[in-house]
Write a protein of this length. Structure first.
Length: 673
């Protein structure tokens, strides 16, 4: 316990005390002192309570920081310690509970997001309110989660409310995950009722109903005679039939009730429209590229039976026959899909968007879909039946063409002797062959140029050098560079293993946030965006990052899309495209290692060693903080990191005569690099 983690401390302490059966000492007062007249039962209860209290005190003290231990170790009971801690850190329970409730009421699951992640996040908020003393019953928790679901779950929500389903949180999560698998993320299943002929012979047998004496029934058809009551009076005419919508009879007497050979067929469909082999669906919820035709495969590997299977939404599994690369040709470009699964039983070809991101493509969804690479247009598709579809003009290379190309490569022309010696000598270049001819080793050879060797292109190709500097922006927040670093081999204080940086391109002013998990990157970006935009009075225009999973999560991409931020993703395996953030992380770590080496502090203090916004950068003429804030900042307050200093402990009960503590200075300012 250090203070900010008070809620985590309370939850973990509750687990330990309940497991060891010591929690009762926090709510049960101490028994009366023993006397000579005390019974054996009273002595046993006295001994049990004091032993449990001592164990609870040990658990509480062992989980405190050194400063809190010195303040609380003299308190007589565990209940006194907990009361003191509540006064110190529990005064903000109401504000924290209000913040958690605000998050719950404002949380809405985005279309296409994972329902499991959303429900677990909502359960975390609800648990936080319970720990803080909030009172939300089980039904209210279920209603809150149902209310936060998107429109695509409207049928599930209505079914749960109208049928009065008594879910627990675990049952609700299980049913929502099952519903998501059946209908697909972001879509809504539609149910149609269709009447059709039955496959069975004949219809149902009519029940033999014995008429009561003294009562006759009229004709069951339209215009039949009215029924006569036993007393001879006319009975009240019957109303409208709910079967055929005609008057004069009820549904039980309807002549259409038991028509032989008629049945009801329930059809559940989410758009199974037929499509051509050249039509591809741009999908974000699948796991791989999938096609049901062999057209377009440049090369493929045949799979053994059962080697790879994929699971469908109805929990069935289908076998993958082959896997390979497919080239889709459009008017002026080619889209290369790697590791495509060939499944003949599929009805549509699927292009997986996350895999396109990993291959350096970018995808933009609007009224249509655009696929681009390196700011170059590749292809576009249309929204048909709520499905984004692209259609290629033709598949560039068929299987026969691919095999013929390979054979031509392996059969060199016998007329060009220079090319033959190029192959014999291990694909050396033409200049070396000319030197061999000049030195007399191949004096009979007439050197002549030959066409480009495809094998040399595939084996000797290297990437071109990147530009030293890219285009620089002229205002703050026009472009933000970001990169995540970690996990570190040694955790920092408070358990941090990762850190993420956000650097402004114009000023090179940076923010750094420490994290325990990579998944916290989304929350840290929201914190940075709120603080930076509030300070500058401007909006972030673009965010440049690599293709790490923390930047490609559904909630992260949905957030930047809703806020009008352009996502600039670098190509896979090219950290030079994100050079500003990569170099900043390297500079940070080098500076941290130097400062820690000078201060001779333990490695776990690396999270406190950062100070970069106050020093000049070769990318800008002024210091980053001067360009960011518009004014010069004094450096007089900066001390040597890890230098000896003294501090007065003002938390002590009587600190007027207390001595100052000797310590080391390890912090300058929070988050700002």
């Amino acid at each position: 316990l250090t203070g900010p983690n008070y809620l985590d401390f309370m939850r973990n302490l509750d687990i330990v005390l309940v497991a060891d059966e010591y929690k009762f000492v926090l709510t049960t007062p101490a028994p009366a002192p023993l006397s000579a007249q005390s019974t054996e039962e009273e002595r046993e209860a006295h001994r049990k309570w004091h032993k449990a209290d001592e164990m609870a005190r040990c658990y509480i003290l062992a989980s405190m920081s050194n400063v809190l231990q010195q303040q609380h170790h003299t308190m007589p009971t565990a209940a006194d310690m907990m009361l003191s801690l509540k006064k110190l850190f529990g005064e903000q329970d109401r504000a924290t509970r209000f913040e958690a409730m605000r998050k719950i009421m404002s949380s809405v699951m985005p279309e296409g997001a994972s329902v499991r992640e959303h429900v677990l996040k909502m359960m975390g908020y609800l648990n936080e309110i319970d720990v803080l003393g909030g009172n939300i019953d089980g039904e209210a928790k279920i209603d809150i989660i149902l209310h936060s679901l998107p429109k695509s779950y409207e049928n599930f929500r209505l079914n749960a409310i109208m049928n009065k389903k008594d879910y627990t949180l675990a049952e609700l999560l299980t049913n929502l995950v099952a519903a998501e698998g059946l209908m697909g993320r972001g879509s809504q299943a539609h149910v149609y009722v269709q009447a059709g002929p039955s496959s069975s012979k004949g219809g149902k047998k009519k029940k033999q109903v014995q008429k009561k004496s003294g009562r006759t029934s009229g004709s069951s058809g339209n215009g039949g005679s009215k029924a006569v009551a036993p007393s001879g009076g006319v009975m009240k005419p019957k109303g409208k039939c709910f079967k055929c919508n005609k008057t004069g009879h009820w549904k039980t007497d309807c002549p259409l009730k038991d028509v032989p050979g008629t049945s009801l067929t329930l059809v559940v469909e989410t758009c199974f429209a037929a499509c051509s082999t050249s039509s591809w669906v741009v999908d974000t919820g699948a796991t791989d590229h999938v096609c049901y035709t062999l057209q377009g495969f440049l090369q493929r590997r045949q799979l053994s039976e059962g080697e790879i299977t994929i699971s469908l939404g109805n929990a069935t599994r289908v076998a993958v026959v082959a896997v390979g690369d497919v080239h889709l040709s459009f008017s002026n470009s080619v889209l290369v899909l790697k590791n495509v699964l060939y499944v003949p039983s599929f009805r549509k070809n699927l292009i997986l968007v996350p895999k396109l991101f990993l291959d350096g493509y970018s995808v933009i969804f609007n009224d249509n879909v655009l696929i681009m690479r390196n700011n170059s247009f590749i292809c576009s598709g249309m929204l048909v039946n709520n499905i984004y579809t692209v259609t290629c003009a033709y598949h560039t290379v068929t299987e026969a063409h691919a095999s013929s190309s390979l054979n031509k490569r392996n059969e060199p022309s016998q007329s060009n002797q220079t090319y033959l010696w190029h192959l014999r000598l291990g694909h050396v270049n033409l200049r070396r062959i000319q030197r061999l001819v000049g030195n007399g080793f191949l004096d009979s050879l007439q050197v002549e140029p030959f066409s480009v060797c495809e094998s040399c292109l595939e084996s000797k190709m290297t990437s071109r050098p990147f530009k030293a500097k890219g285009n620089k922006f002229n205002d703050v927040l026009e472009l933000i560079h970001s990169d995540l670093c970690g996990p570190m081999s040694i955790q920092a204080r408070c358990g941090f293993e990762y850190f993420v940086t956000f650097i402004d391109d114009y000023s090179r002013y940076g923010y750094i946030y420490f994290m325990c998990r990579k998944s916290e990157c989304y929350d840290k970006f929201r914190e940075f965006k709120a603080e930076a935009e509030n300070r500058q009075g401007k909006s972030i225009k673009s965010l440049r990052s690599d293709c790490g999973g923390e930047y490609l999560s559904n909630e992260f991409r949905q957030y930047i899309l809703m806020n009008g931020i352009t996502s600039q993703l670098t190509a896979l395996g090219t950290p030079k495209q994100n050079g500003v953030a990569e170099r900043r992380n390297r500079t940070l770590l080098e500076m941290v290692r130097s400062m820690m080496s000078y201060a001779s502090l333990p490695t776990s203090f690396w999270g406190y060693a950062y100070l970069l916004n106050f020093v000049p950068s070769k990318s800008v003429l002024k210091t980053p903080i001067e360009l960011w804030s518009g004014r010069k900042t004094s450096l007089n307050h900066i001390l040597i990191w890890g230098c000896p200093t003294h501090v007065l402990d003002k938390e002590a009960d009587s600190w007027h005569l207390e001595q100052k503590y000797g310590c080391l200075s390890v912090t300058q300012r929070e988050r700002e690099v």
